[in-house]
Design a protein around this ligand. Structure first.
Ligand SMILES: [Zn+2]
Length: 554
């Protein structure tokens, strides 16, 4: 059947997660947004037999590194080293299955430098003298993460460069009532500086055409932000800054300046793609898989607060680099909103945080993943609630699943020959196909939704548990067909739930429940061998995950 909208196809997927700034660890708010979104999408694509390169790497050049290190009394380099390890631990513990987490190494720097040299050769940048916030006391320019003030667009507290509330840029001296993020008593004046800028206005027509093509399919908040920005004169984006921290800009006109860290993220993506592809056994140069000839489908998952850069300057940089002809442009940019902790913002400074590792000490990983998926902030701000997690996971997941698994285990134990396939009725096959089609819809773009995938899994568990209860006192050997139907539907549900319930899926594969494949037709079979499904551990559980310690992959 032809879909009325562009949907996922069999091309390999290049899936980029957001680049975490290594100025602290990672909390559940980060995970419930783009990381789980990307992980579940990647796991689904792999199960469908499609090639995926799911990657990211840390964003060490950000000025947030300088401000955070000074507040903590350490150096940015030392902070990056310790925080990168914490970030990787958190991602691994909750099972975010990156194919490669790119290091911030010499090859990274080389890739970024060469990308900018090429754009410079193509005449993409302009030299401009602008006024930047400047602190006489320290002799420093204060930009980006070094400065805070009111956003000139929405009047909320914002850092320099980009407001994370309205997602509009604020450059140069545009922040209102600005002060230093290291010491709020430091109020800067301004000083002229001659920097390199990227004139976004020159790309207006191509950016407008690109966004109008995708607008019907992307999430509305981001589409509205892009349209609002495109309705005004487009800003010139600073490409360099006169700062000490960052990658040296390879342009003779601005000696001693560094690159704007936000704009490193496209070549960073090219670098981490090659790094991850190499780990998957495909040796490529950075950027090679971004060539149109490689025929990849580029997907970004990110928070709304980052989406200005990914939707406008990054796309225009790629256009200047040959994007749309020689190089691919993103086909999907999947954004999410903020996630709160007990209806209050996650805040490291106020110690209002919960890390995956902390929660994993009390709650098994699959339960956390299911709850985060169910409550992920896809369209609006949502909240994590511990009471909510306990209620949902015990009442809708662990209780009914274990009831279903218990009935099926008993049936296997009471069967004369548990290795003999049970017949499956045409109606059972039709129900299996309908259930898988519903779940496909929740996993495929543009209808991809963690909320709906998690809810659909819970609805199907409930349906099968109720069906199991009606069969409980009927003998498998005397009446095999309804049992064959139930076993097949349970196996198909396990396969389709495995991108979220990773440990249950892995345990079911070990128990012979299914082979991890979700290809069309895999469950369209006339008979199925019974098996005893694994049970789910309850919350308040203090041991490792099902059949092993929490780890990425599976
Ligand atoms: Zn704002």
């Amino acid at each position: 059947m032809t879909q009325p909208w562009p949907t996922d196809d069999e091309r390999p997927v290049l899936l980029l997660g957001p680049n975490p700034t290594p100025n602290g660890g990672m909390h559940l708010g980060h995970i419930a947004g783009p990381y789980l979104t990307g992980d579940v999408y990647a796991r689904y694509q792999r199960a469908r037999g499609r090639q995926v390169v799911f990657t990211t790497g840390t964003d060490d050049s950000q000025t947030y590194m300088v401000a955070s290190a000074r507040r903590l009394g350490t150096t940015p380099a030392e902070l990056a080293r310790t925080a990168t390890a914490e970030i990787e631990q958190a991602l691994c513990a909750i099972g975010i299955s990156f194919d490669g987490f790119g290091p911030f190494d010499e090859q990274y720097r080389h890739t970024v430098r060469e990308f900018y040299r090429e754009l410079y050769r193509r005449g993409a940048f302009r030299l401009r003298t602008v006024r930047l916030p400047y602190l006489e006391r320290t002799g420093e320019y204060l930009v980006e993460g070094m400065i805070e003030g009111d956003c000139p667009n929405c009047l909320t507290l914002s850092r320099g460069g980009l407001c994370e509330t309205c997602c509009h840029p604020n450059n140069y001296d545009e922040l209102v009532g600005a002060y230093s993020t290291v010491d709020a008593r430091d109020v800067p004046g301004t000083r002229e500086a001659t920097i390199m800028v990227f004139p976004l206005e020159q790309y207006r027509d191509r950016l407008s055409a690109y966004h109008e093509k995708w607008a019907p399919y992307w999430r509305p908040h981001m589409v509205a932000m892009v349209r609002e920005i495109l309705s005004r004169p487009l800003p010139e984006i600073p490409i360099t800054y006169p700062l000490d921290w960052g990658l040296p800009a390879p342009f003779p006109e601005v000696p001693g300046q560094v690159l704007n860290a936000w704009l490193e993220l496209i070549p960073a993506g090219m670098f981490t793609t090659a790094y991850a592809a190499r780990r998957l056994g495909r040796d490529t140069e950075p950027g090679e898989l971004w060539r149109s000839t490689a025929n990849m489908r580029l997907v970004h998952v990110l928070g709304f607060d980052n989406s200005f850069f990914f939707c406008l300057p990054h796309i225009a940089l790629l256009m200047a680099y040959g994007g749309g002809t020689d190089h691919i442009l993103p086909e999907w940019i999947v954004n999410n909103e903020f996630y709160e902790l007990e209806s209050d913002k996650f805040s490291t400074s106020k110690r209002h945080v919960l890390t995956p590792q902390e929660l994993l000490r009390e709650v098994p990983r699959d339960l956390i993943r299911l709850y985060l998926a169910l409550t992920a902030p896809e369209y609006q701000r949502t909240t994590f609630s511990r009471a909510g997690l306990d209620k949902v996971t015990s009442g809708r997941l662990v209780g009914p699943w274990n009831q279903l698994a218990g009935v099926l285990a008993k049936a296997v134990a009471n069967t004369a020959d548990p290795t003999a396939p049970l017949p499956v009725s045409p109606a059972g096959r039709a129900r299996t196909a309908a259930m898988l089609a519903r779940l496909d819809t929740t996993y495929e773009l543009p209808t991809y939704s963690l909320n709906r995938a998690a809810d659909t899994i819970l609805i199907q568990i409930d349906r099968l548990a109720r069906r199991a209860a009606t069969l409980d006192d009927r003998s498998v050997d005397a009446d095999p067909q309804p049992w064959g139907d139930l076993f097949l539907e349970t196996k198909a549900l396990l396969a389709a739930a495995a991108p979220i319930l990773v440990d249950l899926g892995a345990a079911a594969r070990r128990a012979g429940g299914y082979d991890g494949v979700l290809r069309p037709g895999a469950f369209d079979v006339p008979g199925t061998v019974p098996f005893a499904p694994p049970m789910l551990p309850a919350p308040e559980y203090h041991g490792p995950g099902l059949g092993g310690s929490p780890a990425a992959g599976g």
